[in-house]
Design a protein around this ligand. Sequence first.
Ligand code: ZN
Ligand code: ZN
Length: 475
Amino acid sequence: MKLKFCGATRTVTGSCYFVNTGEFKFLVDCGAFQGKDEIEKLNYEPFPFDPSQLDVVFLTHAHYDHCGRLPILVKQGFKGKIVSTQPTRDLAEIILLDSARLQKEEYKRWSAKSTNKGERGGLSEEGSLYAERKPLFTEEDVQVALELFEIYPYGTSVDFKKGVEFRMRDAGHILGSATLEFWIKTKEGRNRKIVFSGDLGQPGARIVRDPDLIREADYVICEATYGNRLHKNRDETLLEFLSILKQAKEEQGNVLIPSFAIERTQEVLYEINLFVENNILEDIEVFLDSPMASKATEVFKKYPTFYDEDARRLIEKGDDPFYFPGLVAVDSAEESKRLISKKGVVIIAGSGMCTGGRIVHHIKNHIEKSNTHMVFVGYQVEGTLGRRIVNKEKEIRVMGQKLQVNAQIHTLGGFSAHGDQRDLRYWLRSFGHSPKRIFIVHADEEIAIGFASNIKSELNIDVDVPKLNEEIELK
Ligand SMILES: [Zn+2]
Ligand SMILES: [Zn+2]
């Protein structure tokens, strides 16, 4: 049986793994590459397998770096099933449709600009290659992909025949996220178990449950986004968050939170809701300036059975964990523009890594003010505007304008949807000595290599850091 690493190798994005047992061919995830230009370019490369020959795509969760190339796969002849949990399907619909619309708009803007100037593109001012690229897929392509979904719950084994059995476990990362277990009968008649971690959440995170521990596997493919870091604990993070909110209000500055529409936004709302409910924070005004996040929140409200116990209890008490007095959902672009005159308020807007969307306008309007607080609650991929701000660059370019970063920048790792080094090691230790080999993926190169050597010495198991399109024979 062969395993090919078609993305998220020595980098965080583009998750895609191809398994060929001889009789059955499947993918785990089909995500888009994001960040630096040379990484995003990979989205335009042909797949290193024939999409029409695939039986199934198993989708771990709805983040764009895991589902973003699904419509391309379908466009190129994939006709099999896409297997996931129900929230993953619903959230993937929001993410993919939004991306199709955004790509269309960006391309239109670029075409108009380049026709006006009579020149051919080049990099846009933000360094994004969107501007010179044709859309990867359309809304129609997304609709075709959505037809292929087949939904399964956590914890139920499914026999796909042809010697492949499969089960989803809770990865505790975002709503509906899964770790995948496969039991495969190889051509030689051996039984082998492969586990794909998917993205692993932080134990103790809000809303989602803790990642399930898995006791046994022959091969493990494990993410290591934060394989070199320890997050601050949750309580410290919350105290820090609270004091930022209070300080900004006192200084009449705004708090800008670039936030991923899925999970990060709902967790931030959940925490502010608790501050308000418990009278720790008064008269707070929060603008959720992201129609996509509002849509995602509706999906969250639909599936309380996927919540952890605390979140479920809140609902049973009659509290809506994602709503509190003072929260305003901003819909139209005009309303969003009107926020410019606000003082002492919180603005949550996408995109999460500041690569586009409404947050970019807010950054332009507020980043030079010293009473502005920017709060980062999610991972910032290399090459993005968010990463440059987190790296405390003093001067940035936003929409063609040079700006001085005078705002106060905060990174709240405790909000991360990813476990830190300790969490990842704990999760891997639960396999005991059963794995023959562990593969480290979904991390920047240095982090992946460092984490692999840690694990190797800790567990005394072979640990590899595969390269892009590397193929491994699993015996
Ligand atoms: Zn993810
Ligand atoms: Zn990911």
